[in-house]
Design a binder for this molecule. Structure first.
Ligand code: SF4
Length: 369
């Protein structure tokens, strides 16, 4: 029996929500979850900013200029507010988690600040802001995975979609902000992932990418990542399955066996090396050595000789010598990557030593190096 006393009017009242997303694919997935939560509260999603009653900016803190871009956007928001004084503006995501209340102060002050684990609380934060206050929640959670919330697919391609299988990261690589802005690792219930993949397939999608900061350490109960990957691939041989991102220290033979046994699991592994020098890997707190990494590559080639391997690499990390850098170049030559995201650490203030600017190199072969 519904207790009418607990019912309260939906606050959305048909108001329009515009959401702007920056950063990684996890943020794209989060924006789709935010729209689902707000729609349930009676807000309508619009992709036209001039129609918006609420603008939420989903942000990234992986590098300094990612945050600088947001400060630029907030300056533009001031213009929109002048035209529409009732307009509410909020910052969500990693920058919200890193800067917290600071975002509600100063000339670029916003009305709403929500960290990556606080999206269920957004309707309340909006009510707070509508009442003239500031809606702020940046509490990180040990449990939150938004498992049962069906994301509203904002990218209408209708063919491929991302499915977030876990949140947070426990690895604390010394250059990375993610564990501080997205909290500790927690895996989403396997049944909700499999049913989301099945519903996408039944709605015509033919490719899903299982997403996490380090998918290889996924585990709920006795379901580890190889078991989850197999279960998703078994939905239909017509469903192509991909996953990202892997951490070399957790890349198991069990996973490679599952990949090799199922043709609809794409032969592609993104395996961030970051450096070819074991000394640098220790400084980065990557928890594996150059030899361990090469042994994993050998195992991949053993199970799937045609598997494409891509990577992330950092040049100029604190203390890197010419010899260390040569070891990264020789690693690139030895592995023969399909492509590599290469970052240069020098261009960023020390406390954010995780600068990235992307240069993609075509297929690495002896001739190119
Ligand atoms: S594994 Fe990735 S997300 Fe996690 S701390 Fe390292 S670089 Fe960051």
């Amino acid at each position: 029996m519904i207790n009418v006393n607990n019912l309260r009017p939906l606050t959305g009242d048909g108001r329009k929500l515009f959401i702007e997303t920056y950063g990684c694919q996890m943020n794209v997935g989060d924006s789709e979850i935010v729209v689902a939560i707000m729609q349930k509260e009676g807000y309508f999603y619009t992709d036209r900013i001039e129609e918006a009653d609420i603008i939420l900016i989903n942000t990234c803190s992986i590098r300094d200029n990612a945050e600088q871009r947001i400060w630029g956007r907030l300056t533009e928001m001031r213009r929109l507010r002048k035209r529409k004084p009732t307009l509410l503006v909020g910052v969500i995501g990693c920058m919200a988690e890193r800067l917290k209340e600071k975002l509600t102060e100063g000339e670029l002050a916003v009305d709403i600040v929500a960290g990556p684990d606080a999206y269920r609380d957004l309707p309340r934060l909006v009510r707070e802001a509508e009442g003239g206050g500031k809606g702020v929640n940046t509490l990180l959670s040990q449990e939150e995975t938004y498992a049962e919330i069906a994301p509203v697919r904002l990218d209408k391609n209708g063919v491929s979609a991302y499915i977030a299988i876990m949140r947070g990261c426990n690895n604390f690589c010394s250059y990375c902000v993610v564990p501080y802005t997205r909290g500790r690792e927690r895996s989403r219930d396997a049944a909700t992932i499999i049913s989301e993949a099945r519903s996408l397939f039944e709605n015509g999608y033919r490719e899903v990418t299982l997403l996490g900061q380090n998918v290889n350490s996924y585990r709920t109960g006795d379901v580890n990542f190889p078991a989850l990957l197999k279960a998703v691939a078994e939905i239909s041989p017509l469903l192509r399955v991909r996953f990202a991102t892997s951490h070399p220290k957790d890349m198991s033979d069990e996973l490679l066996e599952v990949m090799a046994s199922m043709p609809n699991i794409c032969r592609a592994i993104h395996l961030p090396a970051q450096s070819g020098s074991t000394v640098m890997l220790e400084r980065m707190n990557r928890k594996y050595t150059r030899q361990w990494y090469l042994d994993r590559v050998k195992a991949i080639r053993h199970y799937m000789p045609d598997c494409a391997i891509t990577t992330d690499l950092i040049a100029g990390f604190t203390g890197e010598t010419e010899e260390d850098h040569k070891q990264t170049l020789s690693l690139m030559e030895e592995v023969g990557y399909e492509f590599a995201f290469c970052s240069n650490i020098q261009s960023v203030p020390a406390h954010l030593h995780n600068a990235t600017w992307v240069t993609t190199y075509p297929k690495m072969s002896k001739r190119h190096v």
